[in-house]
Design a protein. Structure first.
Length: 105
């Protein structure tokens, strides 16, 4: 995920000065966005292949289904509390496979 953020920042760092330049030249806001976007895309495509490939690989890994889930501190704490409750009370069954509001059997 770091590679994706790094590549995005590179493209943003290319886009912003180009946008400011075209806006300063008075081509209009919409054309400034279009021109800056096209030129930033072309530069990043031609000169930042290694970063683009790393960003693509990190996104492929994230969406492949094999990546570890990203959990917040609250979710980790809730899971630990649930685990300790189940360990202390083995007669309690926790069914977290159902969606909230669905009918449970």
């Amino acid at each position: 995920m770091v590679a994706f953020l790094k590549y995005s920042l590179i493209r943003l760092a290319l886009f912003v000065p180009l946008f400011v330049l075209f806006a300063f030249l008075g081509v209009g806001w919409i054309l400034a966005v279009v021109f800056a976007g096209l030129i930033a895309f072309a530069i990043s495509y031609l000169f930042f292949q290694k970063q683009r490939d790393a960003a693509t690989a990190s996104m492929r890994e994230r969406f492949s289904g094999r990546a570890k889930p990203i959990r917040t501190a609250g979710e980790v704490e809730d899971a630990a509390a649930e685990d300790s409750l189940v360990e202390k009370n083995p007669d309690i069954a926790v069914n977290n496979d159902k969606r909230p509001g669905s009918v449970q059997n």
